[in-house]
Ligand binder design. Structure first.
Ligand SMILES: O=C(O)[C@H](O)[C@@H](O)[C@H](O)[C@H](O)COP(=O)(O)O
Length: 237
C-alpha cells in the first residue's frame, strides 16, 4: 500500500488545497466516466472544504453525494452529518434531490436504518463487490477512529456488509458507518486531519504496530495508490 501525505500551515490552507484537488478529480472523473460519486465525512474538519466547494462551479448534476457515516439523530439535529453538509454545501449549490443519498435515519430502529442504506448502496453500485467510490473522504478522531469505526467496537470486524449500525460505548449511542472494506474499495481515499490533539493518533496509524482494533484508521489500507493524507503541520510530531 502506498500512501501520500501533504502537510499545510493551517486548516484554511489544507481546505483550499483539498478543494482544488477535489475540483480536478471531479472534472477528470466526470469527463472519463460521466459521474463522480463521493462518500462524505462528517465532523468539523471537512466543513470548510464543503463551504469552499460551494463557492466553485462544477457540473453538480454529475456528482452524487453519499455519507460515509452518520449519527443516530434526525436530519435536522445539530449533530447530524447530513445537516452539516446540507447547510455547508448542498443548499448553497442547489443540489438536486436525485443526486443526494442521505442515511435514512430512524432513531428507533438503527438496524433497519443500516439495512436500508446498505440496500441503497447496493442499488447504486449494482454488480460491484464493494462500492467503488470515486472519492471517500475520511476524518480521524484523537482515538484514531475513522468514519464511525471506533476502537474495540463491533463494526471494525465486519467484512461482508458495506454499511452497519455500530454501538459506541463512549457515546452510549449508536452510530452508522461504512465498513472498512466499503471504504477501501474507493478509487481515492483522502484523510483530512488537523489539530494537535490528533498527533498521537496519527503517529500510531503511521508508525505504530499494526493493531487495528485499537487504531481503526489502520484498517484503511487500500491495495492501490489512492490513499492521501491531507494534514496540518500541528499534527506532525
Ligand atoms: O461523524 C463523524 O464525526 C465523523 O465522520 C468522524 O469520523 C470524524 O471524521 C472524526 O470524529 C473527526 O472529527 P473532527 O473532524 O470533528 O475532528
Amino acid at each position: 500500500m502506498s500512501r501520500q501525505m501533504h502537510a499545510f500551515e493551517n486548516k484554511e490552507a489544507l481546505s483550499r488545497a483539498t478543494c482544488l484537488a477535489f475540483i480536478a478529480l471531479a472534472r477528470q472523473t466526470i469527463e472519463e466516466r460521466g459521474l463522480f460519486r463521493v462518500a462524505l465525512s462528517g465532523g468539523s474538519t471537512p466543513q470548510q472544504l464543503y463551504e469552499m466547494l460551494a463557492e466553485t462551479s462544477l457540473p453538480w448534476d454529475r456528482i452524487h453525494w453519499f455519507w460515509g457515516d452518520e449519527r443516530c439523530v434526525p436530519h435536522d439535529h445539530a449533530d447530524s452529518n447530513y445537516r452539516m453538509v446540507r447547510e455547508a454545501l448542498l443548499d448553497p449549490i442547489g443540489a438536486a434531490d436525485d443526486t443526494v443519498f442521505p442515511v435514512p435515519v430512524d432513531v428507533d430502529d438503527p438496524a433497519a436504518t443500516a439495512q436500508r442504506y446498505e440496500a441503497t448502496l447496493r442499488e447504486q453500485f449494482a454488480g460491484q463487490d464493494a462500492p467503488q467510490w470515486d472519492l471517500a473522504l475520511q476524518g480521524m478522531g484523537d482515538d484514531a477512529h475513522t468514519a464511525s469505526l471506533f476502537p474495540e467496537t463491533q463494526a471494525i470486524n465486519e467484512t461482508d456488509r458495506w454499511f452497519v449500525e455500530n454501538w459506541v460505548p463512549k457515546f452510549d449511542a449508536h452510530r452508522f458507518t461504512l465498513t472498512a472494506p466499503a471504504i477501501n474499495s474507493a478509487r481515492n481515499i483522502w484523510f483530512l486531519v488537523s489539530g494537535v490533539n490528533k498527533r498521537k493518533a496519527l503517529d500510531s496509524v503511521w508508525n505504530g504496530p499494526s493493531q487495528p482494533a485499537q487504531v481503526p484508521s489502520q484498517l484503511i489500507c487500500p491495495d492501490h495508490e489512492g490513499l492521501v493524507w491531507w494534514i496540518t503541520h500541528d499534527v506532525l510530531t
